[in-house]
Design a protein around this ligand. Structure first.
Ligand SMILES: Nc1ncnc2c1ncn2[C@@H]1O[C@H](COP(=O)(O)OP(=O)(O)O)[C@@H](O)[C@H]1O
Ligand SMILES: [Mg+2]
Length: 340
């Protein structure tokens, strides 16, 4: 809906600009002569070309010539011309219009490409940072273990190894997320759906998160004898994992996390609720974007990929993910999956 409007809008504005130029031409045509008014049309073409590129600009050129001819070239209110010279003016205008449009849109593309390059390097910086932190920690631990002078006791060695293991796991998760992301973006992700019980899915998810859950309370409400859902188990597990992981990560230790399922005629709905800090309203739309993290979360480790991956997986199942959040009260992520 929105993208359609975005495609049409430049054309509407172009027409508006042409109308304005024509009106202006009407006012001054006695004083400055029609051929000079052409320059103002050209101005409109340049503006449109820089703003929206070649297509709208060329359209603007053509409509400009028609308006110019109809309203400002005698005999008025007809497309015929009294003086054959005007034909040259029109042709010249169209040629200049096309050349200007092409150049202006090239400039525009270059500007946009430059912006994407800047964005890419910013992303690369943030990934390298995320990869580096665990690597530095692992290297530090191993160095300490190898150092003969340090005389570590068994207890200490174990602690160091556990840290290294934790950091390796983290590294592994980050790399896996990046790989998933790349796969999804290149369209390699193929899901194969099989009927399964939502309970098993949530069970598996909590099993994977059991260390993070620790003694935290997880309330699960799934209606008895609910129908099976048709999903790619490993992928949907990953999608739910990221959401439940966030719920745990972004809420304080003493608070519960609730997982609630409802079944409707054509869809299953899973709601994952936490009582954490919530998400500011202005960030709600963007948290599903790749690498997007809420400013406040910078002290919690993460790459901003989790929700983006979840969203891709859920959408690959023709499902939907949305979020409701009240700052300081908590967030609810809602996953909807179609039932066959
Ligand atoms: N349950 C939640 N409560 C508060 N903020 C959340 C929650 N889930 C996600 N967010 C915000 O959305 C951002 C994106 O989440 P995600 O894509 O999983 O990335 P990551 O967890 O690696 O930062 C997080 O950085 C966090 O700011
Ligand atoms: Mg996350």
């Amino acid at each position: 809906m929105k993208s359609k409007r975005n495609i049409i809008l430049p054309y509407i504005i172009s027409c508006g600009l042409i109308l304005l130029t024509t009106l202006f031409g009407e006012l001054v045509k006695e004083k400055i002569g029609p051929t000079n008014i052409v320059m103002f049309y050209l101005l409109a073409v340049v503006f449109v070309a820089i703003r929206w590129g070649r297509g709208p600009a060329i359209t603007t050129s053509i409509i400009s010539v028609l308006f110019f001819d109809f309203f400002l070239v005698p005999p008025y209110f007809t497309l015929s011309v009294a003086d054959i010279e005007y034909i040259f003016t029109f042709t010249a205008f169209l040629i200049v219009g096309i050349i200007v449009s092409t150049f202006a849109s090239k400039v525009r593309e270059q500007i946009m490409q430059h912006q994407t390059e800047k964005l890419h390097s910013a992303l690369l910086n943030s990934i390298s940072h995320d990869l580096k932190t665990p690597l530095v920690s692992i290297t530090g631990t191993l160095t300490a273990l190898l150092d003969k002078k340090s005389n570590l006791d068994a207890q200490h060695i174990r602690e160091l190894l556990e840290t290294a293991k934790g950091e390796s796991d983290r590294l592994n998760r980050i790399v896996n997320n990046l790989l998933d992301m790349t796969k999804m973006e290149s369209g390699v992700l193929r899901i194969s759906k099989k009927p399964c019980d939502l309970r098993d899915l949530i069970g598996a998810c909590l099993e994977q998160l059991k260390e993070k859950i620790g003694c935290r309370e997880i309330k699960i409400e799934i209606p008895k004898d609910s129908p099976e859902i048709s999903v790619d188990f490993p992928f949907m597990l990953k999608a739910l994992f990221n959401i439940v992981d966030n719920a745990l990560k972004y809420s304080p230790d003493g608070t519960p996390v609730e997982i609630q399922a409802d079944f409707f005629q054509h869809k299953a709905q899973v709601r994952i609720r936490d009582y954490g800090a919530g998400i500011p309203k202005e960030d709600l739309k963007r948290i599903f974007e790749k690498f997007y993290r809420v400013e406040r979360s910078q002290n919690v480790s993460g790459t901003g990929l989790g929700l983006c991956i979840s969203k891709s997986i859920i959408e690959a199942h023709s499902g939907k993910i949305s979020v409701e959040s009240t700052p300081a009260k908590g967030s609810t992520f809602i996953v909807e999956l179609p039932l066959e």
